[in-house]
Ligand binder design. Structure first.
Ligand code: AMP
Length: 190
């Protein structure tokens, strides 16, 4: 199985690239942010829990997120592999993912990190906020909080996967096609 973690700060282009890569490599794309937003829209219990955190740009608690991710993976028992987008975001989540995949006789093959400067991220997210309908993209303070949370809680995962020789940094600035090309080079050489 080819299991990839697509990594990077909010606005780095993970969702855009995952949509292309899932077709190209026939992988199942799981975006934890998308699953949360779907649940918020449908007013499920999970959605209600997640909403208060997401609206402030904070992380949804690990236990809630990990249970949700496990359920999403289990829904796709026949998958060739997964693109995890927006997960893991904490070391606990990374450990839980390793455990889950181990139980299926597989593992994370690579973390591919899109590297983009903070000010570019803020601009991109404010622009996206004009059409995405996402409350957390509409408010600059919330955007900046999401970026801070990324550095304080999530960026350490770079070291986590580096230690396992699974970390690949990719320049996330350029056209969509150029960035897909850069990521594809990494995947094709795995
Ligand atoms: P995203 O669509 O990846 O930008 O995620 C939007 C929001 O959903 C984040 O700001 C968090 O509040 C929440 N979220 C998404 N994925 C996770 C995760 N793995 N752990 C905790 N919270 C998450």
């Amino acid at each position: 199985m080819t299991n990839l973690v697509l990594f990077g700060p909010p606005g780095a282009g993970k969702g855009t690239q995952a949509d292309i890569l899932k077709e190209k490599y026939q992988l199942v794309h799981i975006s934890t942010g998308d699953v949360f937003r779907y649940n918020i829209k449908n007013e499920t219990e999970l959605g209600l829990t997640a909403k208060s955190f997401i609206d402030k740009g904070q992380l949804v608690p690990d236990e809630v997120t990990i249970n949700m991710l496990n359920a999403e993976v289990d829904k796709n028992a026949e998958a060739n592999g997964f693109i995890f987008d927006g997960f893991p975001r904490t070391e606990n989540q990374a450990d839980a993912l390793a455990e889950l995949l181990k139980g299926k006789g597989t593992e994370v093959k690579a973390m591919i990190a899109l590297e983009v400067e903070d000010e570019v991220l803020v601009k991109r997210l404010l622009e996206r906020g004009k059409t995405s309908g996402r409350k957390d993209d509409a408010d600059e303070a919330v955007i900046r909080n999401r970026i801070t949370v990324y550095y304080e809680e999530t960026a350490i995962l770079k070291e986590y996967y580096k230690k396992q020789n699974k970390y690949y940094g990719v320049d996330g600035v350029g056209s969509i096609e150029e960035i897909t090309e850069r990521i594809s080079k990494v995947i094709d050489n795995l």
